[in-house]
Design a protein around this ligand. Structure first.
Ligand code: SF4
Ligand code: SF4
Length: 54
């Protein structure tokens, strides 16, 4: 199971700072999670609109 950012994302950028391996990247108007993700789950709680899911 890979982590994903869904359509609820408001592009606030908060999760980018929380990822310990820098795997959350800006992609166009939104954000996405790269293959470097270790699925640690830290970013999930950082998102104010619960847009990050497993
Ligand atoms: S689960 Fe962990 S490694 Fe993956 S994007 Fe979130 S904070 Fe980064
Ligand atoms: S914290 Fe949530 S709403 Fe903000 S950029 Fe990340 S996924 Fe999008």
């Amino acid at each position: 199971m890979a982590m994903k950012i869904n359509d609820e994302c408001i592009s606030c950028g908060t999760c980018v700072e929380t990822c310990p391996v820098g795997s959350i990247v800006e992609s166009g108007d939104s954000y996405s999670i790269s293959e470097d993700c270790t699925e640690c789950g830290v970013c999930v709680d950082s998102c104010p609109v619960d847009a990050i899911t497993e």
